[in-house]
Write a protein that binds this ligand. Sequence first.
Ligand SMILES: [Zn+2]
Length: 406
Amino acid sequence: MPLRAKVASSVSRTAAALSRAAGRGDGSVIGGWIGLKIDPDLLAHLSSGRAIALVSGTNGKTTTTRLTAAAMQVLGPVATNSFGANMPTGHTSALAKAGATPYAVLEVDEHYLAQVIDATEPRVVALLNLSRDQLDRAKEVAMMAQLWRTALAAHPDVLVVANADDPMVVWAAEGSTHITWFSAGQRWHDDSWVCPECGSPIERRDAQWWCTGCPLRRPQPQWTVEDDGVVDPTGAWHLVKLQLPGTVNIGNAATALAVAAQFGVRPLEAVPRLATVSSVAGRYAQVDRDGRNIRLLLAKNPASWLEAFDMAEEAPTLLSINARDPDGLDTSWLFDVDFAPLRGRQVFITGDRAYDLAVRLEVNDVPFRHVSTFEEAVRAAPPGRLEVIANYTAFQDIRAELDRVN
Ligand SMILES: [Zn+2]
């Protein structure tokens, strides 16, 4: 690395360490920010010489990044931004902290994908899904897909690993030269009923989908989920035992195996590594308190709520909603979520915007009880499993009450 980049990298590590020592979080944003101020090309310098995979999409990217990094460790040390700091400051900090590793797996905010591809020149880019998120500031889904499509067209050597079940992802990826398709499912269809190519309606039957006005249709995936396992491109089925719940995570595992395979990792070697992941920055963590087994699930937009309902057991459930800056300030998306799967469960609600949620549940015919604190919910729930589903800052608040459980 040039001298300036070495200095920037060293200062970045020190700033991150100071931030951690001062109890101001994990330091991954401030460290990267200072490093990039000293050397604006620091991310490119830190990326050079590494084989890199980028993972992007609206949902599941933190978990998929974690699983992919675990799979890639078959090959040796892997740098990764495992705390979800998924913008260039976080990438810079993660690579500076890791030192010289041959591999890196980076989660990338979907808005920054083009910029991060330019800076890191990745070998692989994995595209998971696109759906509505943070209505007051995120781009429209079709605009995101167009940004991705343009970014990939400018980098024809990138190996694209993409979800065949999401029409927006397929359209974003289809112009690439090297594509591996996986099938990780798509529960949320309401952002892809209209073809991004021609504007005609998209029709669906079972797993298939196709545009009624142009040739865009679901490609044949090489990696698929079958029962509780993953089928690889040779047709071999691998049982995938995870500590993470739900078929959603088997889909994330299929994606991780497909990405790792681009680097030469065989599924047989990678699968046991996936089982070592027990939680991801607090997601899926389980804590026992006062006879309650509390499990934390993060849900931050309509598609991820559908996934959370799939993962949660039929047990008493606490829902917590905030609308602070990282969550987005507009809670009208609550009306896009069908909360009917919660009928029949004991439901508690809390958080800054619990009353917005209350109105939604009332309309949705889901009985609930409002509690003013997390502690009150724990006391009110019967002994046994308590599922907690919360959006971003609400999740972090509850995680803090549980001593920042990982
Ligand atoms: Zn079309």
